[in-house]
Design a protein around this ligand. Sequence first.
Ligand code: TYD
Length: 137
Amino acid sequence: MKQTTVDDCRIIDLRKISDPRGNLTVIESNGDIPFDIKRVYYLYDVPGGESRGAHAHKQLQQLIVAASGSFTVTLDDGTKKRSFNLKRSYYGLLVVPGIWRDLDDFSSGSVLLCLASEHYDEKDYVRDYQEFLEYKK
Ligand code: TYD
């Protein structure tokens, strides 16, 4: 977690099976993404102007997808920030451990889908930004 940077995070171009009846995107563990999926959760009904995130993880990696609508993910490694506006359901943002993330600019009706490499564990979170900066030094 200490050494990771925002440049270790990247957009993954997911498989898109185009069809006039509607498109389909597949995500398989250890094929399309570099980890086993242990947990899936989604954020929805986010009121306009609200922000989520504001934490880092020590071990957990995740893939964030705009399953519907759009939002902005700002990644921060304590030195450098990178922002991604996610709006296509065939792009996933891979976030490695040790990266602070802020989520905002949620469009109305947006759904943030998250595939996580670990089960939920509050001890894996760093929720204090100063503590995060100290850790990354
Ligand atoms: P949090 O991860 O802080 O949400 P976000 O980063 O999307 O803003 O989680 C919000 C609350 O939900 C917090 O009290 C922990 C709880 N939670 C679970 O119980 N299980 C989970 O898998 C997740 C992701 C959160």
